[in-house]
Design a binder for this molecule. Structure first.
Ligand SMILES: Nc1nc2c(c(=O)[nH]1)N[C@H]1C(S)=C(S)[C@@H](COP(=O)(O)OP(=O)(O)OC[C@H]3O[C@@H](n4cnc5c(N)ncnc54)[C@H](O)[C@@H]3O)O[C@H]1N2
Ligand code: MOO
Length: 396
């Protein structure tokens, strides 16, 4: 048996890191910068007003005063004239400050006049002025390589003048579910058949990481059919993920089709998710997951998620780990790392919180998984844990 950690490294090594490509900002959400973003302009690009009001010289407004309004400066005006001494310019938020002005008085502190304005408070030099470059300086690195592009980062890239960013290219992942028993809704089920669910889960999970996903649902347990359906789609894929057909039975289609073709099958010292396979088929990385739905989800967490995130350029690829006190006893098979679905409740009184299992250890219990918010990790050398024991929890 291979350890969980060794197998995780093996899967990650298979995927490597995706190359850099240019992406329009709108398509880059969730992806990772492959190169630094250098600001082509300062932010703000020019001194501008933070308020709707009047641009003045502070020395002209040492107390209540009435000044002629010599100009009107809405945001977007590009031909701003200098402010002559003893005058005011009406100015809007975001409009460029006229040369000579060193303060803005809010419209609320005036009578709002358009040909002349009466100002009721003294102006403080620098008041309500947003200075060139006080946020970002032109030529500086606004976003570093390795940054995950969330909405704020994309906003900044746009603000400093970029239309595209260079990111690690999203992987194109082909997801295929195998099993002659699998049927797609809304076709009625016959006894012995089940509705296919793994490809739906895997596609959503992998898309959620920032990949492009193509799905082949419900390939029957026939090696020729498997090759016929999957092989033509391999050319455009960076990764093939299958579910089912990898254990010890008589109709293990994935194992039968890919053994001797560059994919190695092994048992991993974990539960669920024991039977696994990975390698390259016709040069394309392949990860073959066991068919039980919870095994799929746990295998995704343990192997695929970190490997795919690493390939996409992420450096933080682990779920948040906390220690929590158990509120229900559990057992675990010797020599295997058990991942139990649990519910974690943060607590003020405890170090981190309380946790308890949701559903049993069976890898078919998908309903219970959907009610869980964490995985409880019981190490290989632990066979039982009691109420009150501290356990490791991965927050989902
Ligand atoms: N003699 C042994 N039998 C089994 C072993 C073993 O070591 N020796 N391992 C067990 C474990 S652990 C697992 S996990 C499964 C893995 O089996 P397969 O990968 O071959 O998966 P299948 O047999 O095809 O399916 C298992 C289970 O999951 C259901 N399934 C499969 N695909 C889907 C899908 N796309 N959507 C919904 N449900 C799916 C399938 O109907 C089966 O019930 O093997 C054990 N057996
Ligand atoms: O390893 Mo299987 O995934 O326990 O059910």
């Amino acid at each position: 048996m291979i350890s969980v950690d060794d197998y995780r490294d093996r899967v990650a090594a298979l995927l490597g890191t995706a190359p850099a490509t240019a992406m329009p900002l709108a398509a880059a959400a969730g992806l990772v910068l492959a190169e630094d973003v250098t600001a082509t302009v300062s932010l703000p690009p020019f001194d501008n007003s933070a308020m709707d009001g009047y641009a003045v010289r502070a020395t002209d407004v040492s107390g209540p005063v009435t000044l002629p309004v010599a100009d009107d400066i809405p945001a977007g005006r590009v031909d701003v004239r200098p402010l002559e001494p003893g005058t005011a310019h009406r100015i809007m938020t975001g409009a460029p400050l006229p040369p000579g002005a060193d303060a803005v008085v809010m419209v609320e502190d005036t009578d709002g006049g358009t040909s002349q304005v009466t100002i009721s408070v003294p102006a403080r030099e620098g008041a309500h002025i947003r200075r060139t470059g006080e946020d970002v300086v032109e030529g500086s690195v606004a976003l570093h390589a390795g940054t995950v592009l969330g909405h704020s980062q994309l906003g900044l890239a746009a603000a400093v003048g970029l239309a595209e960013v260079r990111v690690h290219r999203p992987l194109r992942v082909l997801v295929a579910s195998t099993g002659t028993e699998l049927i797609d809704a809304p076709a009625p089920l016959r006894h012995g058949q089940i509705y296919e669910s793994n490809s739906v889960m895997l596609a959503a999970a992998i898309r959620g990481l920032g990949c492009e996903v193509d799905v082949v649902r419900s390939v029957v347990d026939d090696v020729e059919e498997f090759r016929k359906v999957i092989e033509p789609k391999l050319a455009g894929a960076d990764l093939l993920v299958t579910s089912g057909g990898v254990s010890a039975g008589a109709y293990e289609v994935v194992k039968d089709a890919l053994t001797g073709q560059g994919v190695e099958f092994a048992k991993i010292a974990m539960q669920p998710g024991g039977p696994q396979g990975c390698g390259r088929w016709q040069g394309v990385p392949v990860v073959t997951l066991p068919g039980n739905p919870v095994s799929v989800l746990v295998s995704f967490e343990a192997f695929l998620r970190p490997a795919i995130l690493t390939a996409l350029g992420h450096t933080d690829v682990s779920r948040r780990r906390v220690r929590a006190r158990l509120n229900e006893e559990m057992s675990s098979p010797a020599g295997r790392r058990q991942y139990r679905r649990g519910v974690f409740t943060p607590s003020d009184r405890e170090v981190t919180g309380l946790v308890g299992p949701r559903g049993g250890p069976g890898s078919h219990l998908l309903g219970a998984f959907t009610q869980a918010n964490c995985l409880i990790v019981l190490p290989e050398d632990v066979t039982s844990v009691a109420v009150g024991d501290e356990v490791e929890v991965l927050l989902l």
